[in-house]
Design a protein around this ligand. Structure first.
Ligand SMILES: Cc1ncc(COP(=O)(O)O)c(C=O)c1O
Length: 380
């Protein structure tokens, strides 16, 4: 037996409280019992998204919520600006193109944040842009984009659609305070649930657009979904067991306090970065790192795929690989959701041992010690 440690940016580990809640007896979804649970989770989600408006629970992964955002807000041939700094920026682009929108593909070097000035220039040059689409945290490169600053320039202009899949529940992304029009996430990251739920919140002006938008939609018609969920049901059969789990995970987050949840993620991320640096490794998103996962550059010539296989198969530690041009060159160490100080210690000490096995000179404990200096912050 090799004990397993799931330290990839989704799916993430699931707490026992959530597992037990999901094992509860099935109930019918058009009953007062289910309505009560839905009402509870709807309130919790509003607090998490920082909005007074509905946050709808969809049966889909995060991509479904992204698609719902596009199909509910735009009409054929409308122009949108897509900030494309990684795989999930590409995902926005592909969805917009699949729905026949005219896209401006604002490419950003992988690992970097988009420059707000560049966004501004595109908006000035194209006053007919109807939407700006961005990732708060681009999981593929472990970089953050400056959503708050972008929101300041879109507030009175195009809609701002934010993919918060590895941001919601990891760092503050308060919709109303910042002026975000659409915020989406999925269940399998900071919400500590299995994959299968998508979430989407809309601002007042985004809701107004859902009435004018002419793109086709059926399963993800958010107007219908909102009407149903306000009445305590879902338009179609909801993922009842996942919603049991969601109630438990939101309760855990409320009990910890959102500020402390964010501080925990920030601390784990700083510790992981400090460890990598102490080991002499570079960081992919050194200037704008996400607190959800850390992209660590591997030493020249090291085969990242083999390293990850070794970590997983020999040591039981699952990190994520780099994608596309980063394949084999980086590893992504996650610290998102149900994770704490000692997950970072496992991650770093496992990495030290694997690197040594692969011939990289490592002084055992050097990375771990750097992480410990930061992880000890919370202990009295
Ligand atoms: C930033 C980001 N956006 C979108 C997605 C897609 O979500 P899903 O795989 O749940 O469809 C992911 C998944 O990792 C993600 O990290």
């Amino acid at each position: 037996m090799i004990k397993q440690y799931l330290l990839a940016p989704g799916p993430t580990p699931i707490p026992n409280e959530v597992l037990r809640a999901m094992a509860d007896t099935m109930i019918h979804h058009r009953t007062p019992q289910f309505s009560k649970i839905l009402a509870e989770v709807r309130e919790g989600l509003k607090a998490l998204f920082g909005t007074k408006n509905d946050v709808l629970v969809l049966v889909s992964s995060g991509t479904g919520a992204m698609e719902a955002a596009v199909s509910n807000l735009f009409s054929p041939n409308e122009k949108v600006l897509v900030i494309n700094g990684g795989k999930f920026g590409e995902r926005w682009l592909q969805i917009c193109q699949a729905f026949g929108l005219e896209t401006i593909d604002l490419k950003v070097e992988w690992g970097k944040a988009v420059k707000v000035e560049t966004v501004k220039k595109h908006l000035q040059a194209n006053p007919d842009i109807k939407g700006v689409l961005v990732q708060a945290s681009e999981t593929s490169t472990t970089a953050l984009h400056p959503v708050r600053e972008i929101a300041q320039i879109t507030r009175t202009g195009p809609l701002l659609l934010v993919d918060g899949v590895t941001a919601v529940g990891v760092l503050p992304v308060p919709m109303e305070e910042w002026g975000i029009d659409v915020l989406v996430t999925g269940s399998q990251k900071a919400l500590m649930l299995p994959p299968g739920l998508g979430f989407i919140g809309l601002s007042d002006r985004a809701w107004a657009m859902t009435e004018r938008a002419k793109l086709p939609r059926f399963y993800f018609d958010l107007r219908l979904e909102r009407k149903s969920q306000q009445k305590g049901a879902a338009a179609f059969t909801p993922a009842v067991s996942l919603i049991f789990g969601l109630r438990a995970s939101l309760k855990m987050m409320q009990e910890e306090g959102l500020d402390r949840v964010y501080a925990r993620h920030d601390r784990m991320a700083r510790a992981t970065r400090a460890a990598a640096t102490a080991l002499g490794l570079g960081l992919l998103a050194a200037d704008n790192p996400s607190p959800a996962a850390t992209g660590v550059l591997l030493p020249d010539g090291m085969d990242g795929d083999r390293l990850l296989d070794y970590l997983r198969d020999q040591m039981g530690i699952t990190f994520a690989e780099g994608q596309d041009q980063l394949r084999g060159r980086i590893i992504r160490i996650a610290h998102v959701g149900y994770m704490g100080a000692f997950d970072v210690v496992v991650a770093v000490s496992g990495l030290e041992m694997a690197l040594k096995k692969f011939g990289f000179p490592v002084k055992f404990g050097q990375g771990v010690a750097a992480a410990q200096e930061i992880l000890i912050e919370t202990l009295e």
